[in-house]
Ligand binder design. Structure first.
Ligand code: SF4
Length: 190
């Protein structure tokens, strides 16, 4: 069978929910409404590494974009993405269609149109740090740190790819056909 020579890059946890912050996740393993149609339509799935699990581990707390937007985390993201962007650049140069990037809205790392803000940090159990953090947490428009680093790296290499994200708060936004529209693939592919 001929290969399709097409793929999408997708955030790690969309194929492996176990990477998410402990206690969070809407599906047992991979996000079926996104992944099954991709498999059925012969589109390759390029799983990005999880920047948070590889930076802070499985026992990390949920954090916000301000907490992750620090030099060490941006450097970690860039380090993880260097070989990914190398592969994308080489594939594009060799006639492979890279259809775009699928992130996770609301994530401080993988959000594309929406991320989470707030959290003051501080000692758990000391003073009112936890109460202040919970009070200050909010969702808002903006990019997560990892997606920002990835889009910067693409720009540095003159690679133009569309970005879209699943919205786990909205069940209709979990399906590949919704993401396909957001990526503009229907119009691009005729
Ligand atoms: S950092 Fe990205 S890949 Fe990792 S759990 Fe969060 S949204 Fe998923």
């Amino acid at each position: 069978m001929n290969r399709s020579r097409r793929y999408v890059l997708i955030s790690h946890c969309l194929l492996n929910v176990n990477a998410k912050v402990d206690g969070y996740g809407l599906y047992p393993g991979a996000l079926e409404p996104l992944v099954l149609p991709l498999i059925k339509s012969g589109i390759g799935i390029f799983q990005l590494p999880c920047p948070e699990a590889t930076f802070a581990g499985a026992r990390r707390w949920g954090m916000t974009v301000e907490q992750y937007d620090i030099p060490a985390y941006r450097r970690h993201s860039r380090w993880l993405l260097e070989q990914v962007v190398d592969q994308v650049e080489d594939d594009l140069a060799n006639g492979v269609s890279v259809l775009g990037v699928v992130g996770v809205d609301g994530s401080p790392s993988c959000g594309v149109d929406c991320t989470c803000y707030g959290y003051t940090g501080g000692m758990i159990g000391g003073g009112d740090a936890v109460a202040r953090s919970v009070e200050s947490g909010r969702m808002g428009s903006g990019q997560g740190v990892f997606m920002k680093v990835l889009s910067d790296m693409f720009k540095e290499r003159d690679i133009a790819l569309p970005f879209a994200a699943v919205d786990e708060e909205n069940p209709e936004e979990l399906f590949w056909n919704s993401i396909e529209l957001k990526l503009g693939l229907n119009s691009r592919e005729g």
